[in-house]
Design a protein around this ligand. Structure first.
Ligand code: XMP
Length: 516
């Protein structure tokens, strides 16, 4: 498969660059900008992108590529700092400035270049830079200028490369996708072979090669990632060798365990180990109201319940499969670095089992190159139920972090009823797919209300609905008022112990998505 590597010099948008190149049908991956060429020049490399950076090329300690990248013979696209880096490294000079030019700027063509095939002269680009090219490196030419006379695109013909001062990866840049597509297809001559079917085939082959004739165990959470991994394993291996383990913690949503089991059976699962540990979890949580303590208890209990069950069902050697995603592998803001494997906050990932299997090289992570939306597409291609593919994220500790204060069975049951009404109403009203994550929270207070002629003293629930792309930041979903009022009324009418409903209007930051 053809591959474009994004060398990340500390850009906020390196992820976006890789995603947009993938949207052009070409596999793109991000690696730290200072990676040695011997590690970059692997099979299939057809091009490189130098990302932007908050640094200045002239300053000591600014990130530098291994100079041998310029001799690799593959085209480079330098973006912002990337252009300045190439100019500096190849003998030109960069003007260092304390002030930043930020925002929209028109780009006017001076020369023809394949990067701009099908792009309108005078298109609106997005700039965010202080420094700029002052003197071109030998043999280079200005292909385009910004409306302020800054070189916006510079050709490096000797190395078949090009640099741009603007950011084609951000949505504000007109023709941004087209420009990256032109780089991939017209400059690098990359084939558009990164399709979901090709991804599925590659993952299945790789699972077969890695696992050989052994058994494999996958811990199922019920979310889309682990279900898609299960689908891949079941396509790659005989189903009797695929052990799927699901723990009902008692902290799951209504009918969740049954739905998860149903979806897996539909995919051909035979070895489904469903562990009912509700009692163990609730007993361990009794009397505990600190959020951190609850998380710790749940994490430890998961590990011990799973270990007991594995001892019984899989006494011999086996591989462990994990639903780790590409974003989990990326160190915040710096590309895949030394600690690539320690990022995911999910309690399963840091468990001794995972660490032991990773150290022994007995782990398969077939989603490790994929973004969440690609996992969803892969799920659809593999026949995973739509309801699972489109399901909102659900935290590992489940309802325990949505019941503020002590967790009891009664509170879990109340919240399950409320949440089921909330989510099914969102689906009925066609709102569910507009929202990134919606759920309800049981507050640790009671409030007075009237039911019939009597005064009542009921629970308060908060409804949450947010829009996000990765959960790192989130906006409040602007809930249509009529729907919100109607749903609130259905909840208080049907769930007797709930007397009041409130809507959470906090964004992240400063709030978080979950309440605990
Ligand atoms: P926060 O609340 O941190 O949530 O804004 C961001 C996203 O992460 C999910 N989340 C968790 N997922 N274990 C998980 O597996 C956890 O302990 C956990 N806490 C939060 C949350 O649902 C949201 O999607």
């Amino acid at each position: 498969m053809d591959r474009i590597v994004v060398l990340d010099f500390g850009s906020q948008t390196a992820q976006l660059i890789a995603r947009r190149i993938r949207e052009a049908g070409v596999y793109a991956e991000i690696i730290p900008g200072e990676t040695r060429v011997s590690e970059i020049a692997r099979d299939g490399l057809v091009g490189l992108v130098f990302s932007g950076s908050p640094e200045s090329v002239g300053r000591a300690g600014s990130p530098e590529p291994d100079r041998a990248v310029y001799d690799l013979g593959v085209p480079i696209l330098g973006i912002c700092y990337g252009l300045q880096r190439m100019t500096h490294d190849l003998g030109g000079s960069v003007r260092v400035s304390e002030t930043h030019e930020y925002g929209r700027s028109r780009v006017v063509f001076r020369e023809k270049h394949p990067l701009f095939d099908g792009v309108d002269d005078g298109f609106v680009s997005w700039m965010s830079h202080g420094d700029g090219v002052q003197k071109l490196a030998a043999g280079c030419s200005v292909v385009a200028e910004s409306e302020h006379g800054v070189p916006a695109c510079v050709a490096f013909p000797a190395i078949n490369s090009v640099g741009i001062q603007f950011h084609p990866e951000v949505t504000h840049c007109e023709f941004g996708q087209k420009i990256l597509e032109n780089f991939a297809h017209k400059v690098c001559r990359a084939a558009a072979d990164w399709t979901i079917d090709a991804v599925a085939e590659k993952s299945i082959d790789s699972i077969r090669t890695t696992v050989g004739t052994e058994d494999v165990l996958l811990l199922i959470s019920g979310g889309v990632d682990s279900t898609v991994v299960a689908a891949l394993l079941l396509k790659a291996l005989p189903s009797e060798r695929v052990h799927l383990m699901y723990v009902n913690t008692g902290l799951m949503r209504k009918n969740e365990s049954e739905e998860v089991a149903g979806a897996l059976k539909k995919l051909g699962a035979e070895n489904l180990h469903l562990i009912d540990a509700e009692q163990r979890f609730l007993t361990a949580l009794a009397g505990v109201d600190s959020p951190e303590e609850k998380r710790r208890i749940i994490g430890d209990m998961f590990i011990s319940v799973q270990a007991d069950s594995i001892r019984r069902t899989l006494p011999g050697e086996y591989f462990l499969a994990q639903g780790t995603l590409y974003t989990d592998m990326i160190e915040s803001g710096r590309g895949v670095g030394k600690n690539a494997h320690v990022i995911k906050s999910h309690h399963n990932v840091r468990s001794p089992l995972v660490e032991e299997k990773r150290a022994a090289g007995r782990i398969v992570e077939p989603l490790a190159e994929l973004y969440k939306d690609e996992v969803r597409k892969l799920g659809v291609a593999l026949g995973v139920d739509e309801t699972v593919v489109k399901r909102h994220p659900f935290p590992g500790p489940g309802l325990a972090v949505r019941i503020l204060g002590e967790v009891t069975k009664e509170k879990c049951d109340i919240l399950r009823d409320v949440d089921e009404i909330y989510i099914s109403e969102l689906k009925k009203r066609g709102l569910y797919d507009e929202i990134w994550q919606a759920f309800s929270v049981l507050l640790p207070i009671r409030s007075v209300g009237v039911a019939g002629d009597a005064r009542d003293y009921g629970y308060v629930v908060a409804l949450r609905a947010v829009i996000s792309t990765d959960g790192m930041t989130a906006d409040v979903y602007p809930f249509p008022t009529n729907h919100l009022l109607e749903i609130s009324s259905i909840i208080t009418n049907r769930v007797r112990l709930v007397g009041r409903v409130v809507y959470d209007v906090s964004s992240k930051p400063p709030s978080t998505i979950e309440w605990e």
